[in-house]
Design a protein around this ligand. Sequence first.
Ligand SMILES: [Zn+2]
Length: 69
Amino acid sequence: MIATLEQPVQTKPIVREVEGSVYCPFCTRTVAATLVAVGKRAKSKPGQKCPRCGSSLDAGYVVMPMRAA
Ligand SMILES: [Zn+2]
């Protein structure tokens, strides 16, 4: 049996950017941020900063992604 790295093209998860809210752990507030929705999951878009305290929101907790389905 020969193992190959060949794989059929996998279905890529749909990545969308949506407006939502991210909880900033530094100023303990929920701020508006752009979210990156991957499939059914969402996370804060990398590189964003909290408009209040300027901290990176990369570690932010997504509170409630708006569903613009
Ligand atoms: Zn903040």
